[in-house]
Design a protein around this ligand. Structure first.
Ligand code: PAF
Length: 283
């Protein structure tokens, strides 16, 4: 595996692979790899010939009071893990390579970024994500890019980005990887002390309770959300948001008909966690 730090060198490597007729897969990450990241790399390894993983803690998607400075960073460990998954290139640029002096462009996607995490964290968050992902697509020009379904809203934002800007890349969403007790893997789980780690299991249990309500025939959006809210409340968690929204464009759902996304965010101990579940009315 090569570790590459400059855009020019990365472009040369990708160009050489393309000349040999090889397809290119991109896994955009901020490092601190866990099994969720590794499953993205495995999908890329299976689906494409040249696998590029980007490792860049993107400052523009963090708010002033968020965890940019303490976000876990261990490039040597990440490099070992990526190499173990058969990744070809780890692209780990310095911030100035991505945002040189005079950088002045921001991509803003209206609508779907204004709810859930966009409302909770502020508009800068998805502006930062969309801008850096557009840059990565411009730098790597991948055939396929892989994103975790745990960040369901991010997947929708990236899909809209490539649709609206006619970027020629296929977006593949990869299922959330969970601990045996259901907690969704996240780089931020390391902030959880043992009590908070136990409390955090309530997020997935809440989503499961809502799915059970749907399986029992509940179709009323508020009642479905309430089934989840009760579990969070019992665990002493006050969600930042807990909302049922359409799975493709995040409009509020009052009555569940086909498929909808139940999304939650909550501060649990020292970690801000998110999770989601697609709820389906079975035919
Ligand atoms: O999901 C992430 O880790 C980040 O939001 C991403 C897509 C790498 C952009 O910085």
């Amino acid at each position: 595996m090569r570790i590459i730090r400059t855009i020019a060198e990365l472009r040369d490597a990708v160009r050489a692979a393309r000349q040999d007729g090889r397809t290119v897969g991109l896994v955009p990450t901020m490092g601190a790899f866990h099994a969720g990241h590794l499953s993205l790399m495995q999908e890329a390894r299976t689906g494409t010939d040249l696998v590029v993983v980007s490792l860049f803690v993107n400052p523009t998607q963090f708010g002033p009071n968020e965890d940019l400075s303490r976000y876990p960073r261990d490039e040597a460990r990440d490099a070992r893990l990526a190499e173990g998954e058969g990744v070809d290139i780890l692209f780990a640029p310095e911030p100035a390579e991505i945002y040189p002096d005079g950088f002045a462009t921001t991509i803003h996607i209206a609508g779907i970024t204004e709810v859930l995490d966009g409302a909770s964290r502020g508009a800068h968050h998805f502006d930062g994500v969309a801008t850096v992902v557009a840059k990565l697509f411009g730098i790597v020009a991948p055939d396929v890019a892989y994103f975790g379904q745990k960040d369901a809203q991010q997947v929708l934002v990236v899909r809209r980005l490539v649709r609206d800007l006619n970027i020629d890349v296929r977006i593949q969403a990869v299922p959330t990887v969970r601990e045996p007790d259901g907690l969704a893997l996240s780089s931020r789980n390391i902030y959880l002390d043992p009590d908070a780690r136990q409390q955090a299991t309530a997020l997935n249990r809440a989503l499961a309770a809502a799915a059970e309500a749907v399986d029992r025939g509940e179709r009323d959006g508020a009642a479905i959300v309430d089934a989840a809210a009760r579990i969070l409340n019992d665990a002493g968690i006050t969600p930042e948001y807990l909302e049922l929204r359409t799975a493709d464009d995040l409009r509020p759902v009052t009555v569940l008909t086909g498929e909808a996304l139940l999304a939650v965010a909550a501060q649990v101990g020292a970690a801000r966690l998110i999770d989601n579940r697609l709820l389906r009315v079975s035919a």
